[in-house]
Structures are given as C-alpha cells and as structure tokens.
Write a protein that binds this ligand. Structure first.
Ligand code: NAP
Ligand code: ZN
Length: 356
C-alpha cells in the first residue's frame, strides 16, 4: 500500500515566516489504529506558529506545516478508537502525543500536557520509533492520536472553536488552576490572540474585576467590549505601573518579548499574588527578576503549558453553555502566507482563522 499524502503549506526554512510557505504534498505520520484522520475545515493562526516557522525556539525540522488549532471532520478512525465516530466534528490542539503510561506521574494524573517522557507537538515534532513527523493544520488533512482528538460540542461554531484549542485553553487552564473566580481581580497582560481569550474566560469564570493590559492605546474600546472592567495601555501612561500598583490577585502574561517590563507587571500584584507566564519568548529568555520584588510582596511566579484533553473538553463545554464568542477574522486557507505576514505585523483582531 502506498503511503498517504496530504497537502498543506510547507515551511521550508526560516524565511517561511515572511510569507514564503509553499503549498505542496507531505507524508503524515505512519497510520496506527489509535489514530484519526481529519478533513480540516478551520485552523487558527497562533503566535507559536511564527516562532516555529522562524526556528525561534531552536532548529525546526523543516519541512514543517504549522497550525495547531484544528477543526474538521473525522474521515478515518482507527479500530482501537472508541470515543470518536467517523463523520464527527472534531478538533486537535497543540499536543499530539504523550507517553500515556500508568506509571507516568503526569499522564496518570490527567496532566498529559506536562508529560516529561514523550510529548509530541501537533507540528514540528518527530515521533519516537519509525512513525515519522508531525504536521499541523495549514493543510487539507491532519492525522493525530485519538487521545488528543476531541469532539466539538454542539452550539459552538467551528471557526470560533478552532482558536480555543490552543489560544483559549492556554489561558483557561491557568485561570482555573490559580483561582480565577468570584472575589478575585485578574489581569491579562498582552491582549492578542491568547490575551483576548484571557479577558473573555476570566469573565466567564466569574472574576470580580478583569483588567486588560497591553501596549496599544487603540485597543481600549475593544478590550472593554470583550468584557474587561479596565484597560491599561502601557504605551499611553509612563506611570502605569505606579498608578495600578498592588491591585491584582492573579496575572496571566501572554507577552513573549525578552524586553517586556516584567518587574513592572509583577508590581501590579497584591501581597501573595500569583503571576503565570504563558508567552514563550524566542530562546526562552525573560528579563531578570529583582529578588526584592518577590520577597517584599510574597508573590509567586509560575508558568503553564496549554491544557490537558480533559481541561480542553471542560473549556469547550463552558464556552458552548455560556455562549462565549471570541473575536476572530476568517481568512481563506489560500491566503495563509498573507495572513501570517499580518499576524507578524500585529494586525489580528484578535485571531485569524484559516478556512478551507
Ligand atoms: P499574539 O496574538 O501576537 O499576542 C501577543 C500580544 O502581546 C500582542 O497582541 C501584543 O499586543 C502583546 N505585547 C505586549 N508587549 C509586547 C512586546 N513587547 N512585544 C510583542 N508583543 C507584545 O500572540 P498569541 O498567539 O497570543 O501568543 C502569545 C505567546 O504565547 C506566543 O509566544 C506563543 O508562542 C505563546 N503560547 C504559549 C502557549 C503555552 O502553552 N504556554 C500556548 C500558545 C501560545 P500589544 O501590541 O497591544 O502590546
Ligand atoms: Zn498555539
């Protein structure tokens, strides 16, 4: 039997992030009876796609098809798969595999997203053994292990659901795990794709007060319309940190710049507050943190990676129940290169979703 071929936008080198991906064929991972083949209808454009196309996090195993906010129809379902039916509307986020062993402290505790033995990302990873490489969703089809394929609840639009699978869950998970809810004031730093979900989900989880914090002044009306109670434009007030010091219980930060004003962000926390970093700078570099910033206020700094399949399912159901409506802009899959250029230029308001 000849190998299956899918088609998609191939990044062939670091230049691909400048709108130079090339449409072509690729061979997906070797089929196993644990897998699902998906005919893709939608795929969001995540900031991570840019890091990967440009080898920002280390050498990318080109050719690479990015995209890990995938929605589509299950067109082939492995014999070992019970929870996905052929023809179902399904989704895949940023993770394609973990070890799933009973003795794994992460997988056995429902935090597959932190598995230290065998995470395979939806794109740009090489599977162990001879299964080949993982390829993402700027494509016609995707093949992923069913454990990381989710049914999409009725009532959620496919284009809306797509960016929740990475952008949404990456903020939903730390908001939930670090106590966002009634009685809490929550800050979301960097109101882009992830950050706009941060504002929406912090509200949906019942926070008393949600504050959007980003550079651009012209985002103010949008962020308030998204549901934030306050917006801080750091470009608009040189004393923004002083004016808002010690006002927040929890901050989720989506900014990925090595030059971000991290100590100023931390100064917004109340005593014993928590700061969770999800933005992933090139090379992993963050600014230095002054020890007295941590000590004096007794604050905690942590990080978070996407979310587990169970958390994603919980978020999708909450979104369907509460009629959560992200702000997306649909782009044709054919214009993926231009959409990537626009994403690099910070033009997305607030997530581009490619449509086949
Ligand atoms: P995005 O849509 O580009 O949003 C990032 C936002 O950060 C921008 O809209 C920008 O808004 C703001 N920002 C503030 N200061 C900035 C600065 N100095 N430089 C650049 N931007 C600045 O990107 P995204 O899709 O939300 O992704 C954000 C980051 O999260 C990426 O690094 C991505 O790889 C990472 N990520 C991590 C995980 C995880 O599991 N931890 C999962 C998904 C994505 P203003 O211009 O208004 O400031
Ligand atoms: Zn992502």
């Amino acid at each position: 039997m000849s190998a299956t071929k899918f088609q998609g936008w191939l990044g062939k080198d670091e230049e691909s992030v400048k709108g130079k991906m090339q449409w072509g064929e690729f061979e997906p991972k070797k089929w196993t009876e644990d897998d699902v083949d998906i005919e893709i209808s939608h795929c969001g454009i995540c900031g991570s796609d840019l890091h990967m196309l440009s080898s920002g996090w280390g050498p990318t195993p080109y050719p690479c098809v990015v995209g890990h906010e995938i929605i589509g129809k299950a067109v082939k379902v492995g014999k070992n798969v019970t929870h996905i039916k052929e023809g179902a509307r399904v989704g895949v986020g940023a993770q394609a595999r973990s070890c799933l062993q009973k003795d794994c402290p992460d997988c056995s505790n429902g935090i597959e997203n932190h598995c230290h033995r065998g995470v395979v990302n939806t794109y740009g990873s090489v599977y162990p053994g001879d299964e080949g490489k993982s390829y993402g969703g700027y494509a016609t089809h995707n093949r992923t292990n069913a454990h990381f394929v989710l049914n999409i609840p009725e009532g959620l639009d496919s284009a809306d659901a797509a960016p929740m699978l990475c952008g949404g869950i990456t903020v939903f998970s730390p908001l939930k795990n670090y106590g966002c809810g009634p009685g809490k004031t929550v800050g979301i730093v960097g109101v882009g794709g992830l950050g706009h979900f941060g504002v929406i989900f912090a509200k949906a989880l019942g926070a008393d007060k949600v504050v959007g914090i980003s550079r651009k002044e012209d985002k103010k009306d949008d962020v308030l319309k998204l549901g934030a109670d306050q917006y801080i434009a750091t470009d608009g007030d040189k004393d923004w940190a002083k004016h808002n010091a010690q006002t927040l219980d929890l901050i989720v930060c989506t900014v990925s710049s090595e030059k971000m004003p991290l100590n100023d962000y931390l100064s917004l926390l109340k005593t014993k507050g928590t700061f969770i970093q999800v933005g992933a700078p090139d090379g992993g570099k963050l600014p230095n943190i002054n020890a007295f910033t941590l000590i004096a206020s007794g604050i905690k700094v942590g990080g978070s990676a996407i979310g587990s399949p169970a958390e994603i399912a919980e978020m999708l159901q909450l979104a369907a129940d509460k009629k959560v409506k992200p702000w997306i802009q649909k782009r044709s899959m054919k214009e993926a290169n231009q959409a990537v250029i626009d994403m690099v230029d910070g033009k997305a308001r607030y997530r581009y979703v490619l449509e086949n």
